[in-house]
Ligand binder design. Structure first.
Ligand SMILES: Cc1ncc(COP(=O)(O)O)c(C=O)c1O
Length: 357
């Protein structure tokens, strides 16, 4: 399993499950955005705007960038693939564990991937290892904050990485799909635009809780963006997605600020309760928590599924069976998770399984 969010795949009723395996904003989607998407469905008989002029304008205004510095696709995964296709790097270099699609896209496009290990317990990157690995023509992908560890790249690290990429003749792609859900706010690479060798990914998927609508963005120098756009299909966003995203860009506040404050509060609540139950969660600032479990994560996931709760096991990230990743949700859902966790741990102990880590 390389992705969470398997509610549909498991044929579960979304109304009956709590999905802690998928890290979308639990406080969305914004009602106004859903209304805008619904209204747009009256226009399914005409093609959407190929250049997404209204969305581009609203997005550029929201982020304070030029309209030519962004293009949109069917989720961040889509623009990620188009970017790799457009630049045909010699290698994709990433840190590991991280989001699995960087490697997957490399496999699809036959670009080799080189992974630099991040080491437990704090999973901090070694810039020395990066320096000795990175070479001319590489595409370095970093995830801000990193999925699944939740660790944030500091401003200073980001600048060092950018500088290193420029020196070595590499392109840097910063995946900022979770950046708006961090507290304190994780630094964004946007302030370094436009720069020929810098690409940034954003997603309405996470910020505005819309994985089902599939809207992602690639930001960069206008020439780089034009190359990426060329590798996308003519109509990469549908009319409902475009209307939804435009509404979000025109009304990002107070939704984003409220969300990140509430997430920070819930994260604290979850960290405290995880420790109480014998888990060892990794410190971070994001809307998900990587944790070591007192029992194998697969056994826990199975027990929780009986209680209609999904969590993300972490073998596909290259982590052991003792790790799981949990989304941070609203208080009601989090309470339900901890009740179910207590219950599940008790059931596993009753089975007299000898799980120690
Ligand atoms: C770090 C990261 N980037 C990108 C994506 C994909 O986003 P989208 O659903 O917009 O394709 C995910 C999804 O889990 C992710 O975790």
């Amino acid at each position: 399993m390389i992705h969470g969010g398997l509610v549909r795949w498991l044929h579960l009723d979304p109304k009956e499950v709590l999905d802690f395996s998928s890290n979308v904003n639990p406080f969305g989607p914004p009602k106004g955005a859903v209304k805008a998407a619904r209204e747009a469905l009256s226009y399914t008989h005409i093609y959407p705007d190929r250049e997404q002029a209204r969305l581009r304008r609203a997005f550029a205004r929201w982020l304070g960038i030029d309209e030519s510095a962004v293009c949109f696709g069917n989720g961040a995964s889509d623009v990620m693939g188009a970017a790799i296709m457009a630049f045909r790097p010699g290698r994709i270099v990433t840190f590991s564990p991280t989001f699995g699609e960087y490697r997957q896209w490399g496999e699809r496009l036959r670009v080799p991937t080189r992974e630099i290990p991040l080491v437990a317990p704090n999973f901090a990157p070694s810039l020395g290892d990066l320096e000795s690995t990175l070479s001319h023509g590489d595409l370095l992908v970093i995830c801000q904050p990193n999925n699944p560890t939740g660790r944030v790249w500091t401003q200073e690290e980001m600048e060092q990485v950018l500088e290193l990429c420029s020196r070595q003749g590499a392109i840097l792609m910063v995946d900022e799909c979770f950046v708006n859900l961090t507290w304190p706010p994780a630094p964004s690479a946007i302030e370094h635009l436009p720069r020929g060798n810098l690409l940034i990914l954003r997603a309405f998927t996470k910020d505005f809780s819309a994985p089902g609508l599939r809207i992602g963005a690639a930001l960069g120098h206008p020439d780089a963006v034009a190359r990426i756009r060329h590798c996308l299909q003519p109509w990469p966003i549908n009319c409902a997605g475009e209307a939804f995203a435009t509404w979000c860009c025109e009304n990002p506040e107070p939704f984003i600020s409220d969300s990140r404050h509430r997430l920070a509060k819930e994260r604290k609540y979850m960290m405290r309760n995880l420790r109480r139950l014998g888990f060892q969660p990794v410190e971070g600032d994001s809307n998900f928590i990587l944790t070591r479990c007192p029992v194998p994560a697969w056994a826990l996931a199975k027990e929780l599924l009986k209680r209609r709760i999904l969590i993300r096991t972490c073998r596909s990230f290259g982590l052991g069976d003792d790790h799981a990743r949990l989304a941070v949700k609203d208080r009601r859902s989090n309470r339900a998770l901890f009740n179910a966790l207590e219950d599940a741990l008790r059931a596993l102990m009753d089975k007299d399984l000898e799980y120690g880590i």
